[in-house]
Design a protein around this ligand. Sequence first.
Ligand code: NAD
Ligand code: ZN
Length: 291
Amino acid sequence: MKKTTIILKRNNFDQLSIKMKILKLVERKKIYEAAKLLVESTDAIALTGAGVSTESGIPDFRGEGGIWEKYKPEIYGNIKAYLRDPTKFWKMAEKVAPKLFSAEPNPGHTALADLEDMDILKAVITQNIDELHQKAGSVIVYEVHGNINRFNCFGCRASYTKDQVLRKLKKEKHYPPQCDMCSAPLKPSVVLFGEALPTFEIYQSQALAGKADIMLIAGSSLSVDPVADLPMYTLSNQGKLIIVNDRPTYLDEKAEVVIHHKTGTVLPLIVEEIKKIQASKSSSGESNDSD
Ligand code: NAD
Ligand code: ZN
């Protein structure tokens, strides 16, 4: 049993060092810089978007060939459209939801959970609704766009779990599922286009962003307001940005470190680099102690 764990860990390590080798020298340097900034930080936070979950099989909104090309989020995920025709929304949800429900965290999510475990990241603010950060082990997570696993009645605000709604759909065979209390349609507790964001989560995110000395932005196009403004709170209080995204964002030129690559590759490499920095610090501390 022990042997298997060691072999698995070694395989993991080998895979990581192969990935490190195929990255260009310039990216390796940036990974080191990001790691150094995080090690030296006192109030680092992460801001994540749909890009951290694409490697778990959940398409983002703006990628090519994704399910969203068929179901334009601005149309299907719009609160006015939902109120006009909740059945149309639920039929779309039936197609989209299985991917969200069956997804598992990828190494990018795990790396962020590791960073919290190492007491480097103080919180994750996420635009994602898939709960994969929590599944990976992150504890302090602010979901500014809601969560696909909880549902609310649009009329009386009664709340329902995913399992209750799935059971209801199976039993009643009726779209949209309706509230047992007031018969109004149920809605996933995700923020649709045209809906207000949860007040507390946004307030808390702005406070954390304002206090952060480092904001690690991963897998977000930074094009959905008001979340796209959060990095400005960090910048205006002399905090620094690290951006990991496979495409440029409007804040690249203001960031301290920008890495255009997959989050599932880069974030674990940053964690490995941090471990090396910490190990070398503690061994030089030890040798100083013995002097
Ligand atoms: P977005 O789709 O606008 O941007 C995602 C960004 O990540 C893009 O720039 C893309 O190029 C990049 N990207 C994709 N895969 C990547 C990877 N493996 N590594 C690095 N970069 C990668 O997403 P957004 O900025 O988060 O905002 C859109 C909205 O989409 C949000 O409101 C969010 O609530 C919602 N959304 C959530 C999910 C989810 O929960 N997984 C999925 C789709 C959309
Ligand atoms: Zn109700």
